[in-house]
Design a binder for this molecule. Structure first.
Ligand SMILES: Cc1ncc(C[n+]2csc(CCOP(=O)(O)OP(=O)(O)O)c2C)c(N)n1
Ligand SMILES: [K+]
Length: 486
């Protein structure tokens, strides 16, 4: 039998000094309650002066019991504290709402940075070899081969769609080059019941979940088969079937949405969590901060995955923030956090797999900072050599490519060969070229679709806009795409 007390960090010292229980107490966190705020007392506590109350508790009723006990202890301590402050004794600490505050005569400011940088968890070295004693979750041959194949699919899709944009066949594109491991390994560690609130550099999650290359192409071409009916720019994918919320260009808006969705999963007692992705730039938005705090206090099962890729368009992280990256901010909000080598697929898989268990079983948010590099330009509207050295990009592309690193590990297990590689790459390339040709042939959605799906009855301002649009098209037909029915 064991006993649990709420806010025990705050009262443990008082108990030690005033009640003399120190030899009986063992501080340790309780995973099923409010985490760090609870202490477990061993059965021997039964010999303490509090034995009659403690004996009324057991493991199953400890939550009810500890609330009762904590109220009892807190009120006793508050009374004693009040009396001792009145008497001018023991004024070194006080219970404030929310926790004990220790007073000190030293005027000491908290340092702006920790003395040591936060460690970065990795499993595979740069050469794809397992680092001895690394603490990782095993993946089966089947999962490893699918992970590798999907990373190659993502890389090939990026190359071909990027070229299609350069040829003027699609209007815009964003590549994920360099971030394939974050995309695919995180997706592999989730279940299909988990909801995804993406930024825009995570299409690999959809690849993993079975969104077809034809579906990707239909969205980029904005044709009639696109679920968004051509209303959004290319790469703004969404899929009800795959629980993947539609990409919104507006940075960081998805982060609080994810927390709300996670809170609702918790209230519905679902065995699932929510995962949201964002970049280092996204963490400068207020939405990021509100979301972390909201998730911490509601104990929402949400995994925040920050792709810290060094650049937010042309803004380097040194101009973005002065903290030791992103992971440390989780701690400030009361969220367990980890920094991971985002170019190590096994480390990403292990961290997300573990985070998912913690989120779902313990009802808590987790923050993962995946350290990586944006190898491509920000988008097809950007030329990143204007603001960063070409050698830096090349170094990451060659020496730290996550796809090659993972391939070496898969090969060293005897699960992959150069014949399989050649066959996979040529098959994906052919499928993509075919998907593009098909998507190009499908008609575009008609003009009236611009105005549907929001209101049952079009309000007068939208009717006016539609009229104005049609008049403009008839006055300037040469400026209007010939393949859009109107
Ligand atoms: C609220 C808002 N501000 C600015 C922009 C313009 N913008 C588009 S992408 C981007 C950079 C985002 O960088 P980051 O979040 O680090 O993601 P990355 O592109 O590196 O993956 C900016 C500033 C926007 N879309 N939304
Ligand atoms: K970024």
């Amino acid at each position: 039998m064991a006993f649990y007390l709420k806010n025990s960090r705050n009262i443990i010292n008082n108990l030690k000094s005033k009640v003399g229980l120190s030899s009986l107490m063992k501080q340790h966190s309780c995973s099923c309650l409010n985490h760090n705020n609870y202490c477990r007392f061993p059965a021997s506590t039964a010999t303490s002066p509090f034995a009659p109350q403690l004996n009324n508790l057991d493991l199953n009723s400890h939550k009810r019991g500890c609330l009762f006990m904590s109220q009892r202890f807190e009120s006793t301590i508050a009374e004693k504290q009040f009396a001792s402050v009145q008497n001018g004794e023991d004024n070194q600490a006080l219970d404030f709402p929310g926790g004990k505050i220790i007073f000190s005569p030293d005027m000491r400011f908290l340092s702006e940075s920790p003395s040591a940088h936060t460690y970065c968890f990795r499993v595979l070295d740069d050469n794809g070899q397992l680092i001895k004693q690394s603490n990782y979750i095993q993946v089966s041959e089947e999962i490893a081969v699918k992970m590798y194949s999907d990373m190659v699919t993502l890389q090939t899709m990026d190359t071909i769609f990027y070229e299609a944009q350069r040829q003027g066949r699609i209007s815009f594109y964003v590549t994920t080059i360099g971030e394939e491991a974050i995309n695919i390994a995180s997706a592999a560690a989730l279940t299909s019941d988990d909801f995804v609130f993406p930024q825009y550099r995570e299409p690999g999650v959809l690849i993993w979940r079975g969104f077809t290359l034809q579906e990707f192409a239909n969205q980029c071409f904005g044709n009639r088969a696109d679920y968004g009916k051509g209303r959004q720019m290319p790469i703004h994918y969404g899929s009800n079937k795959h629980k993947y919320f539609t990409v919104s260009s507006t940075i960081a808006t998805q982060i609080p949405h994810a927390v709300g969705a996670a809170y609702s999963l918790k209230m519905d007692k679902k065995d699932a969590c929510v995962v949201t992705y964002f970049g280092d730039g996204g963490t400068s938005e207020g939405d990021f901060h509100a979301a972390l705090n909201f998730a911490a206090v509601t104990e929402a099962p949400v995994i925040f995955i920050c792709r810290n890729n060094g650049w937010a368009i042309s803004t380097p992280t040194s101009d973005q923030f002065r903290s030791d990256g992103i992971a440390v901010r989780g701690q400030a909000y009361g969220v367990q956090s980890i920094r991971v080598d985002g170019n190590d697929a096994l480390a990403m898989y292990s961290a997300v797999h573990t985070a998912r268990k913690m989120a779902v079983n313990e009802h808590r948010p987790i923050l993962i900072e995946a350290v990586t590099y944006r190898v491509g330009h920000h988008s097809t509207s950007d030329d990143s050599t204007k603001y960063r050295p070409a050698e830096e990009i090349e170094w990451w592309r060659m020496a730290r490519d996550p796809v090659t690193r993972f391939r070496k590990w898969v090969e060293s297990n005897g699960w992959w060969s150069s014949e399989a590689e050649t066959q996979l790459r040529s098959s994906i390339r052919n499928q993509l070229l075919h998907a593009i040709q098909m998507a190009e042939k499908v008609e575009k959605p008609p003009v009236e679709e611009l105005f549907t799906d929001v209101y049952d009855d079009l309000p007068s301002n939208l009717r006016e806009q539609e009229k104005l649009l049609r008049e403009t098209i008839s006055r300037h037909p040469q400026d209007f795409p010939a393949d859009v029915p109107h």
